[in-house]
Design a protein around this ligand. Structure first.
Ligand code: DOR
Length: 446
């Protein structure tokens, strides 16, 4: 008798750790059961995927979904709806909500609010502060925790650890890899007068490359002193890429599609405050050096830094305008367009957005297409030409810096643990998201 599966995906090109090949996938019990020729197998659901490409589920390790407290901008349901419409199967969400995610109770409340309501799988960063430093060894390993996140420079919200003494106390207590927003707060404060009212092009002048490099160097020095692993979020300068190349044993790093795609001064002329984020989008020279970091492997992963703000909040005159752009829904199409343009290979994209996050954060059974792994799949049409528009954006704030951008390459299907949650631009049911599991903090089921 033919082998039976829950779902058969037939005839797609699979992109995986051993390259690219046309074959079939059999899914059973939420996992990948067989990879090979399954033309004679039977299943409850069979999908012909000829002409399509299946990637391991894309994992976005930096999003702000604003719940609790700022749900006029986004919530866990709307943000995760945007994620799966864009082909993203799991997200790590940031702690600068209100209340902030800095305690076990706040984390548990987020996990409860997300469970089977979010459309993708999820983990939440816990903010590291002067107040919770003694609890860090417990907090970083709680169920649903992606680890500790520290703002060394201030951005949206009140999370901030600007002095080396507190930073050292936090780093010393880490056992998992922790993530850091690196801008030097003292330097930012000293340069506040460089902001030109009404001119967002002065944002990268105020928050200059030196502010980013200084904070990254301070962090890496502490990581080395205590022998800990640190992760530098949204690297915005060539200087940091070149510095981090000398410290790959202790420090990993992330870049965003924004810093790879938009560039000053053009983005500020065209988008005004809608291009404003922290750390800022800089000029082409920095962008080229970041792309070189992608090509040479210094960059470990991509994160969207999806940071939605309403139009009203973005429309305040600079510097009263809020910093941050949407990004979770556009990560896959924008990066596939870069693949189409030959700026990186499809295999490198998979490395940056699926295998890379799994490797850095020790995600259990995700990040590759392999038998026994979760059946998290991002199905794309590499040839499809589409225009990204504000109207497509599911985020509550309803805008994207890429409105009007023509791309080649589009997400057409999203599977999370074997369930088809998005197909051809439509959600197929209510949220079934669950916590991502990590090898360093597997739940006990005693
Ligand atoms: O521009 C930003 N916005 N950068 C951050 O680090 C935070 C984010 C937000 O939460 O709005």
């Amino acid at each position: 008798m033919a082998e039976t599966f829950d779902t058969l995906l037939l005839g797609a090109e699979i992109v995986n750790q051993d390259g690219r090949a046309i074959c079939d996938l059999g899914l059973r019990g939420g996992r990948i059961a067989v990879i090979g020729d399954l033309s004679r197998a039977a299943a409850a659901e069979t999908l012909s995927c000829r002409g399509l490409t299946i990637l391991p589920g894309i994992i976005d390790t930096q999003v702000h979904f604003r719940e609790p407290g700022l749900t006029h901008k986004e919530d866990l349901e709307s943000g995760s709806r945007a994620a799966v419409l864009g082909g993203v199967t799991a997200v790590f969400e940031m702690p600068n909500t209100n209340p902030m995610t800095t305690s076990a109770a706040a984390l548990a409340a987020k996990v409860a609010a997300a469970h089977h309501r979010m459309h993708c799988d999820f983990a939440f960063f816990v903010g590291g502060t002067a107040e919770n430093v003694e609890e860090i060894p417990v907090l970083e390993k709680l169920p649903g925790a992606a680890g500790i996140k520290v703002f060394i420079g201030s951005s949206t919200g009140n999370l901030l650890v600007e002095d080396d003494e507190t930073l050292a106390r936090i780093v010393a207590r880490l056992s998992r890899r922790a993530s850091f927003h690196c801008e030097d707060e003292a330097r930012l404060r000293a340069r506040l007068d460089l902001r030109r009212p009404g001119d967002p092009a002065s944002h990268p002048v105020w928050r200059d490359p030196e502010a980013a490099l200084l904070a990254t160097q301070r962090l890496v020095t502490l990581a080395r002193r205590f022998g800990r692993r640190v992760h530098v979020l949204h690297v915005s300068t060539g200087d940091e890429i070149e510095y981090l190349a000398g410290h790959k044993d202790v420090a990993s790093c992330e870049v965003t599609p924004h810093h790879l795609t938009l560039a000053a001064p053009e983005c500020y002329e065209r988008l005004g405050t809608y291009a404003q984020m922290n750390p800022p989008v800089r000029d082409r020279a920095h962008q080229e050096r970041i792309w070189r970091g992608v090509a040479e492997g210094v960059v470990d992963i991509l994160g969207s830094d999806h940071a939605p703000h309403t139009r009203a909040e973005k429309d305040h005159p600079y510097p009263g305008s809020h910093s941050g752009m949407t990004g979770v829904q556009t990560l896959v199409p924008v990066m596939l367009d870069h693949v189409h343009a030959g700026r990186l290979s499809l295999e490198r994209f998979v490395d940056l957005a699926a295998a890379g996050p799994a490797r850095l954060f020790g995600i259990a059974a995700k990040g590759r297409i392999a038998v026994g792994y979760d059946a998290d799949l991002t199905i794309v049409d590499l040839k499809r030409r589409e225009t990204i528009t504000d109207g497509w954006i599911a985020s509550k704030c309803g805008w994207t810096p890429y409105d009007g951008m023509q791309v080649t390459g589009w997400p057409v299907g999203t599977f999370v643990r074997g369930r088809r949650v998005m197909w051809q631009g439509e959600l197929t049911g209510p949220g079934t998201g669950e916590p991502v599991r990590f090898g360093e903090a597997l739940p006990e089921r005693g």
